[in-house]
Design a protein around this ligand. Structure first.
Ligand code: GYE
Length: 328
């Protein structure tokens, strides 16, 4: 069992009482339902889960849902009928899991949730959850923007009264989108400068580069000379939006301040190239902690109900220095 040294974790809530689960063979078998391959972040997360399974000596049955909840539900059902030792999954959206998780519970197979949050009617339907604090990421994004605009005394480009923000949201119903919007709006409402800002438009770009570009094109069609700031709920959509901004004859990071989320390599490169301003880190390297948790559960040890991995913020002041040390 190995725990990545770079992974600091914050346990939330009380540790839950251990339950006993049966383990069929010597080698632990884990069924894992991933949501797809929508972003650089997701690819890093998938690669990490696969590598961590090897490090942990666990047999991994990996299933890719291609962005469909119904495929995830089908995969989880199939893991139940294969009698795997533990089921892991990333909930693509927050709701709609009760029935299938009840089936896992009836089969006495522990469920460990990774990355995104979920809402269930009964918290005992999963044993543990490992992920990131997506509401806090949203707060950090707004605070970074407020600080940057204030310190640099940035004025509205159209000569008006408000700094105009557009938002590219993630997948509708995903905790990574819901949480980042919530945190962003919360921090905006709490800012002494709140009247200085206006959200001009906010629309989903589904966490993909292509949709980020398309939605930004439509924002620019309506508000080309009014947009001062883009908050993109992941870096991939920001990278797509940068192309749309350049195609519209504007300078990304200068005419429009650009803040993303994830801190993937592509965004570091954009910051180094002077095309993006900041990214709120979201750590995809959750595999070691996930398999460590699976082993503890099977050994009858108690584990925290919810653990958040630790994350930072990167901008043009520290991107070049941090870049060589980045693992994803
Ligand atoms: O930010 C985005 C991805 O769930 C935190 O999903 C994750 C998000 C991540 O596709 O890039």
């Amino acid at each position: 069992m190995r725990v990545s040294k770079s992974l600091f974790a914050i346990a939330l809530g009380a540790a839950i009482a251990a339950t006993s689960y049966a383990q069929a063979e010597d080698k632990i078998v884990v069924g894992f339902s991933q949501i797809g391959a929508e972003s650089e972040w997701r690819t890093a997360n998938t690669n990490d889960v696969k590598a961590a399974a090897e490090r942990a000596g666990v047999e991994l049955k990996f299933s890719d849902a291609q962005q469909k909840q119904e495929n995830q539900i089908r995969a989880i059902r199939s893991f139940i009928s294969q009698k795997v030792d533990v089921i892991g999954f990333v909930p693509i959206v927050e709701t709609g899991w009760d029935n299938v998780l009840r089936q896992a519970k009836q089969a006495n197979i522990p469920v460990v949730v990774m990355d995104r949050d979920l809402k269930v009617s009964d918290e005992s339907l999963y044993v543990a959850k490992i992920g990131t604090d997506q509401v806090e990421e949203g707060r950090k994004a707004f605070r970074w923007i407020d600080d940057y605009i204030t310190k640099n005394n940035i004025k509205p480009r159209n000569g008006g009264d408000t700094i105009n923000i557009v938002i590219l949201e993630g997948t509708v119903g995903a905790s990574a989108a819901v949480g980042r919007s919530k945190g962003f709006n919360e921090a905006l409402a709490a800012s002494p400068n709140k009247d200085k800002y206006k959200i001009l438009a906010s629309q989903t770009g589904d966490f993909t580069r292509q949709k980020g570009q398309e939605v930004m094109e439509s924002f620019l069609k309506n508000y080309r000379d009014d947009i001062d700031v883009l908050f993109s709920q992941n870096d991939d959509m920001a990278l797509g939006a940068i192309q749309a901004i350049e195609a519209a004859g504007l300078k990304p990071s200068k005419d429009i301040v650009i803040v993303g989320a994830d801190a993937v390599k592509g965004m570091f490169q954009a910051m180094i190239d002077g095309k993006a301003n900041a990214t709120i880190e979201c750590n995809p390297l959750q595999g070691d902690l996930f398999f460590e948790t699976c082993k503890k559960i099977l050994a009858g040890e108690s584990v925290p109900k919810s653990v958040y991995v630790e994350e930072g913020v990167f901008d043009t002041t520290n991107a070049a220095e941090a870049f060589p040390t980045r693992k994803y």
